[in-house]
Design a protein around this ligand. Structure first.
Ligand code: NAD
Ligand code: MN
Length: 495
């Protein structure tokens, strides 16, 4: 068990409140992973003041110099990859291979930031008037509040921290209370890489106290949030009132479509990985499987057999496929959706209960579960369950499959398995999701491509790639007049 402290102005410190909270291993609730300060507004105010002070100097550091620090961060992350991955599995439960992948996404994002600082550019444009030039450039925005969920404890904080800081902003991060240790480790790495004091501050604590404190503070210029749509809507509301920049990455109800001509073995592997990887606790998890009726019965049979072979257990064991859910309340919430599905008349063909064999008796394990004959209007086909529960829906044909795919309030990721070139292209065109996969599962983002969703999955921003830098910068338009005379735009002519 390790004791973590807030990081404020480069110093590690306890909360002024004197309070702490623990996080426990969801695969073994007797194991305390870490103890963290349960911070209050006083701590937060100190952190915001430190970030505000650091901003003046940090924004003046040239982009390429800031990006050198990011490259150094990547190097240290590579050295510490296994160490942090083990902490991640212990605090969040995802299997060790996936924890290494989560860390790798952070490394890739830091490497990307390490080069982006040398190429991020504005553009020049001609003027309407002679002896005058016009250009755009990018400015940082100020002090950011970064609020992150627990399901990607390194990747999501990395997606925010690196572009935010590289752009010249400073920040306070409030990690999710289930996975604070990973952010503590990441902040330590940034410190070792030479990030100046106060540029990144970490304040641990709950959403209602520290999260709300960030939203409502007048020295916070922007909020970058990833989490549920309910909390996201609240954040958008406050940011709207206080005119803060705000990027929201929210929930999903992602669907995989399997057409009659698809390679069924390939589609099967994709569905099982998409639905039950990370115990279904991914924003891009495959939550709905939409199968064309000609192959429905056969595919359902294959799916049940394959799912029942998945091995549950402590994610630190290399041969385990599915770890625990993150917490008791998460498992309860998942189970309540299984009860809802049964009441709605969907047919549960496997799972639907806690898994308590052997060592798993002390963890929040839930069996991978499949409902078939789900109707698109049922709640289990509409609401984000965020667990290992897959709803299988039958479609009459391609057109109906796409209508079902699009028939939710969310629009994060979709997947279509087919070998029909025309259907593949039509699906790409019609899918109302920010990410579309062809012959691949609904998950698998790469750090240099835009990531985010349509509809209620967000508010139009994209993390990942250079689009992340649009979130964290303001455009400045510059006119330079070298005529030596007053030239009036729209009034003077060039002659
Ligand atoms: P959550 O919304 O419960 O919490 C997210 C964060 O917000 C936490 O740090 C929490 O402490 C904080 N918070 C809670 N109330 C707050 C408030 N009033 N003001 C400010 N902050 C507050 O989400 P979660 O349970 O941690 O994560 C699961 C959710 O995240 C799912 O809905 C999932 O789809 C979504 N998610 C989305 C993406 C994406 O990129 N679209 C990625 C991962 C997870
Ligand atoms: Mn939550």
């Amino acid at each position: 068990m390790k004791k973590y402290q807030n990081l404020i102005n480069g110093k590690l410190m306890d909360s002024k409140s004197g309070r702490t909270f623990e996080n426990r291993n969801p695969a073994n609730w007797d194991e305390v992973v870490g103890v963290f300060p349960k911070s209050n507004v006083e701590d937060l105010n100190l952190a915001i003041a430190a970030a505000k002070k650091a901003y003046k100097k940090w924004r003046a550091v040239p982009w390429p110099k800031r990006s050198e620090i990011m490259r150094r961060v990547a190097e240290i992350m590579i050295e510490k990859k296994e160490h942090v991955a083990q902490i991640m599995t212990r605090e969040m439960g995802k299997v060790i291979k996936e924890a290494r992948g989560d860390m790798q996404e952070g490394i890739d994002t830091a490497l990307y930031a390490g080069i982006e600082g040398r190429k991020y550019f504005g553009y020049t444009l001609p003027s309407e008037l002679p002896n005058k030039s016009c250009m755009t450039m990018r400015d940082p925005i100020g002090v950011w509040g970064l609020i992150t969920p627990w399901n990607f404890p390194i990747a999501i904080p990395s997606w925010k921290i690196f572009p935010c800081l590289l752009s010249g902003n400073t920040a306070i991060i409030k990690p999710a209370t289930y996975t604070p240790a990973c952010v503590g480790e990441l902040a330590q790495i940034l410190h070792e890489a030479g990030l100046p004091d106060g540029v990144l501050n970490v304040v641990y604590g709950g959403g209602s106290e520290i999260g709300e404190g960030l939203l409502n503070h007048s020295d916070i210029a922007g909020i970058s949030f990833t989490g549920s749509s309910d909390i996201g809507s609240r954040i958008g509301e406050v940011c709207g009132k206080t005119l803060k920049r705000c990027s929201l990455e929210l929930g999903g109800k992602n669907g995989q479509v399997v057409l009659k001509d698809a390679d069924l073995e390939l589609a099967l592997e994709g569905a099982v990985w998409g639905a039950f990887g990370t115990t279904g606790q991914r924003c891009t998890a495959t939550s709905r499987l939409i199968v064309e009726e000609q192959v429905y019965d056969k595919f359902v049979e294959m799916l049940k057999a394959r799912t029942e072979k998945l091995k549950l257990g402590n994610g630190l064991n290399e041969d385990v496929d599915v770890g625990p859910t993150v917490s008791e309340s998460q498992r309860e919430s998942i189970h309540s959706y299984v009860e809802i599905g049964k009441k709605e008349g969907a047919k549960l063909i496997t799972g639907g209960e806690f898994y308590t064999e052997g060592e798993c008796a002390k963890g929040w394990f839930y069996k991978p579960s499949i409902f078939i004959d789900v109707l698109p209007t049922m709640r289990i086909a509409q609401e984000e369950i965020f667990g290992p529960v897959l709803s299988v829906i039958k479609a009459k044909n391609f057109t109906e499959a796409i209508d079902i795919l699009n028939g939710t309030i969310y629009g994060l990721s979709s997947s279509i398995y087919t070998n029909d070139l025309n259907c593949a292209h039509k699906a790409i065109e019609r899918a109302e999701t920010g990410i579309v996969y062809i012959n691949a599962p609904t998950i698998g983002a790469e750090c240099h491509l835009p990531f985010g969703g349509m509809k209620n999955t967000g508010n139009g921003h994209r993390e990942g790639g250079w689009t992340a830098y649009e979130i964290f910068t303001e455009i400045k338009t510059v006119y330079i007049d070298y005529s030596g005379a007053l030239q009036k735009a729209q009034i003077d002519t060039w002659q």
